[in-house]
Design a binder for this molecule. Structure first.
Ligand SMILES: Cc1ncc(COP(=O)(O)O)c(C=O)c1O
Length: 374
């Protein structure tokens, strides 16, 4: 099997990095990790950042060293890679369906503290059977739909029913509620995000009351993303914050607004794609070597940094078209930085992070769980 070599080596100047390359500004990454941890420390909640964003055991360790309790993963294969990399407390914030995956999950629970989400009684039985066979213990959260309309049961009564079924299995432990409101994260106005989360909090509160009345201890209430974590934190009800994108930020999150109407600036952009101008055919157009295979564009096109009169306007497989409206110094061979529209799926397109400080490559890290979508 041939392995794609890293596009840079330590000590190189950023202008010598081969492109397209996924680059991390280390000062910004470290500041983001510290800022989110500072927001959570001192409250009753714990930070369990989502590793689906960075897929990097190195960054996961930086988050744990800063005070995170462990990480969330979305897939069993992602969790296996985090565990192999030494992360020992993992929540799979997702449902895991199918014998092969569930067997792997039960095996993994022998090596790390592991929890998973459910929204169906048959899935609980399958998890319990596997945990029994592998003699492992699995924490189980009931996923509750608090407005996102993805997975999750709808009513407090269903929450209690599932929690009772979980609690009835010797190798499973009812751990609490998974109550992530994904569709609130990118509501542009602060008040709209606040209002969506206040409705989610009311639902969670009701479910917790039902659980308490039924004698079930709801230890964990997990959820929150980069767009809304301050509201879940302020609720005093959510006690595990699973934000992910804050480590990198992206162009889509950059369009959210703060309370004062200014653009969301709590975290810095630390993730960029470095691209090279490969053609400059006419005055109002430049073409870079990064297109659809270098960015995920589901949440919008990448944003060009440092060239106010130029804009990334179209992506094809291996090309990105830059429209130039006024005077621009962009010339053939220039390296430009682009902020991806959506950080998570962009990261999954790369094998390596090239980590930069003061314009010099300080480290090259593998995207450890790249392609771990099983
Ligand atoms: C279940 C779950 N929790 C947390 C997150 C993290 O959200 P964000 O990356 O917006 O901070 C996600 C992101 O999709 C998610 O699906």
């Amino acid at each position: 099997m041939s392995m794609i070599p890293p596009p840079a080596s330590v000590g190189m100047h950023v202008s010598d990095v081969d492109t397209p390359a996924l680059i991390i500004d280390l000062d910004a990454l470290e500041a983001n990790i510290a800022r989110m941890q500072a927001a959570v420390s001192g409250t009753a909640a714990r930070l369990r950042p989502h590793a689906k964003t960075h897929k990097s055991t190195t960054i996961a360790h930086m988050q744990v060293a800063a005070g995170a309790v462990g990480v969330c993963c979305q897939k069993v294969s992602e969790a296996e890679i985090m565990a192999d990399g030494g992360i020992d407390d993992i929540c799979i914030s997702n449902e895991v369906i199918g014998k092969r995956k569930i067997d792997r999950l039960a095996a993994l629970a022998r090596r790390v503290t592991l929890s998973v989400c459910v929204d169906d009684p048959a899935n609980v039985t399958d998890l319990a059977d596997a945990a029994q066979r592998y003699r492992s213990d699995v924490g189980v959260l009931v996923e509750f739909n608090v407005g996102m309309n993805r997975c999750g049961v709808e009513t407090p009564q269903e929450v209690v029913r599932l929690a009772e079924i979980i609690a009835g299995h010797r190798r499973l432990r009812f751990a609490g509620l998974q109550a992530y409101h994904g569709s609130a994260q990118h509501l542009r106005h602060y008040e709209d995000r606040a209002s969506a989360i206040s409705q989610a909090v009311a639902k969670v509160n009701e479910a917790k009351t039902y659980l308490t009345r039924s004698g079930l201890n709801c230890e964990v209430i997990a959820g929150a993303g980069t767009g809304t974590f301050e509201f879940e934190l302020a609720s005093g009800l959510y006690n595990e914050i699973q934000a992910g994108s804050y480590v990198f930020m992206d162009a889509d999150y950059g369009l959210n607004e703060n309370r004062d109407g200014r653009l969301f600036d709590r975290f810095e952009n630390s993730l960029f794609v470095l691209a090279t101008v490969m053609s400059r055919p006419v005055p109002d157009r430049a073409v870079v070597d990064a297109g659809l295979k270098s960015f995920s564009v589901d949440s919008g096109l990448p944003r060009l940094v440092g060239h106010p009169s130029a804009e990334y306007v179209r992506a094809s497989d291996e090309h990105g078209r830059i429209a130039i409206s006024g005077q621009s110094h962009i010339k053939l061979g220039d390296k430009v930085r682009l902020i991806p529209g959506h950080c998570d799926p962009t990261v999954n397109l790369y094998d390596w992070f090239v980590c930069i400080r003061n314009q010099v490559v300080e480290a090259v890290w593998p995207v450890s769980a790249r392609g771990a979508t099983v």
